[in-house]
Design a protein around this ligand. Sequence first.
Ligand SMILES: NC(=O)c1ccc[n+]([C@@H]2O[C@H](COP(=O)([O-])OP(=O)(O)OC[C@H]3O[C@@H](n4cnc5c(N)ncnc54)[C@H](O)[C@@H]3O)[C@@H](O)[C@H]2O)c1
Length: 250
Amino acid sequence: MTIKKGRVAIVTGAGQGIGKGISLKLAENGARVVVCDINEETVRNVAAEIVANGHEALAVAGDVGSKSDCLSFVQSALQRWGTVDILVNNAGIIRDAFIENMTEEQWDAVLRVNLKGAFLCTQAAMKPMKLQNYGRIINISSSSCKGNIGQANYASAKAGINALTYVAALELARYGITVNSICPGVIDTPMARSVPQKILDRWIATIPTQRIGHPDDMAYMVLAFAAEEAGYLNGQTIFVDGGMQTGLKM
Ligand SMILES: NC(=O)c1ccc[n+]([C@@H]2O[C@H](COP(=O)([O-])OP(=O)(O)OC[C@H]3O[C@@H](n4cnc5c(N)ncnc54)[C@H](O)[C@@H]3O)[C@@H](O)[C@H]2O)c1
C-alpha cells in the first residue's frame, strides 16, 4: 500500500496525540501535510518537526467548529500546494459526566468539535476533491460509539461520525472519493491520560492485546485507508482497539 509522493493531506487536531502521530506518519510516507489545530503553539511545533525530518508541512491554527476556519484549512492547502487529496477528521474533546449531571454546555461542546467539526471539514474539502475526481476522507471515531458510561455526549458524537461516514461514502463514491471511519480503543495520548487513573486502569484491563494503544497503531490504519490502492475500500468503520470490541472480557 502506497501514498503517491506529494499527495496533500489535511489533519485536524494534529497538535498532539493521535493527530500528531498520523501527521508524522503521513509525511514519512510521502504526503505533504497541513497540520491543523486550535492550539497555535503545538501545531507549529508539529509542522517544524515534520520539516526537520526532511518532509513538507504547513501549520494552520483554527477551530474545527468554525466554518470559516475549516474553509481556511482547505484554502491554505490550495494556496500552498494547489490540491487536497486526503482529509483526516481527528480533532476531538471529551467532557464526561453522567447524563443526570451533564450540562448543555458539555453536550454542545463535544457535539460541536467531534461531529460538527468533521461535517464542516468534509464539506470544505470535498469541493477540490470532487474537481480532481480523487479523495480519501478518514474520520477518527471511537469504540465509545457503542456507548460508554459517562460519555453520552461523546458516544453520540462518535456514533454520529460513523453515520456521517456512511452518508458521505454514498454521496462521494461517484467522484473517486472514499470515506471511512477508525474507532480507536484506549490510546496513549493526553486525552486518555486526562481520564482518572482508576477508570483508565479498568479500561486497559479489558484489552485482550494487554497493552494500551499507541498513536502509531492508528496512523498505520490511516495509511491503509489513504493508500492509492484503497479505492474500493469505502464506507467502513473499523475498530483498532486491541480486540476490546470482540465482546471477550478478560
Ligand atoms: N486517546 C484515546 O484513547 C482515544 C480513543 C478513541 C478515540 N479517540 C479520538 O481520537 C482523536 C484524537 O484524540 P487524542 O487522544 O489524540 O486527543 P488529544 O486531546 O490528545 O488531542 C486532540 C487535539 O485536538 C485539538 N483540538 C481540540 N479542539 C479542537 C478544535 N475545536 N479545533 C481544532 N483542534 C482541536 C487539541 O488541541 C489537541 O491537539 C479524537 O477524535 C478522539 O475522540 C481517542
